[in-house]
Ligand binder design. Structure first.
Ligand code: SF4
Length: 215
């Protein structure tokens, strides 16, 4: 059986994954914007456009002043920039009622996933990254890949039949030092190697340890 420790020691090292967020930001607001921009885009690509963007629009108020078209000009090389621009402007509209300094910080009421997810453009994954990176919240976004692999490796049993139950079990079983990379590593590994059908066991760095491997 593969233990969580073995998994998180072996997989990132062998698959050459870019596992930690290296998103450029100047305060909580620009970090949230960077995370929204990074959906289905690499951190590297996002970092190419954000320094110039945040120089002119580093607070919600300034983002509103830049406006939708101005924002699109800055981010047009990023995938789904039209939608992301709309979401970021809506987010800035909601957050512009709070402080306006360049050290903009989320008010305390947003320091949890549920409140963050009420903001425009902030889905579960974005909220997980924000709460995890800004406030060290221990949470693990459980999508279809995380859910499948947790069951496949026997890290959770059949009673963990919802994403919430799987997350609660994983938080207990996976050593804390890996919590901020769990989602990212498991999603990539589940998407490209340990796939739902016909996992690529021949190329898998875990094949000697894996009981699921029949190939
Ligand atoms: S050996 Fe196959 S089933 Fe096991 S972890 Fe690797 S890809 Fe998944």
């Amino acid at each position: 059986m593969i233990t969580p420790r073995q998994f998180f020691e072996i997989v990132p090292n062998n698959l050459n994954m870019d596992i930690r967020s290296e998103l450029y930001s100047t305060n909580d607001f620009t970090f949230a914007v960077a995370v929204i921009l990074s959906a289905q885009a690499t951190d590297k690509k996002v970092n190419e456009v954000t320094p110039a963007l945040f120089r002119v629009a580093g607070t919600p108020q300034k983002m509103l002043e830049l406006g939708l078209d101005g924002l699109k000009q800055h981010i047009r090389v990023i995938s789904f920039f039209n939608n992301k621009a709309k979401n970021i402007i809506a987010l800035a509209g909601e957050l512009s009622k709070y402080e306006s300094s360049d050290k903009w910080a989320f008010p305390a009421k947003y320091h949890n996933r549920a409140e963050l997810m009420k903001l425009p453009g902030v889905g579960q994954k974005t909220a997980n990254v924000i709460t995890n990176v800004l406030w060290g919240a221990p949470n693990i976004g459980v999508d279809t890949h995380v859910f499948r692999l947790a069951h496949r490796y026997g890290w959770v049993d059949a009673s963990a039949n919802t994403p919430e139950k799987v997350e609660a079990e994983l938080l207990k079983k996976i050593p804390k030092k890996y919590h901020d990379i769990v989602n990212h590593v498991m999603v990539l590994f589940g998407r490209y190697t340990c796939t739902a059908l016909r996992p690529k066991c021949a190329n898998c760095p875990l094949r000697e340890l894996c009981e699921y491997n029949n190939h």
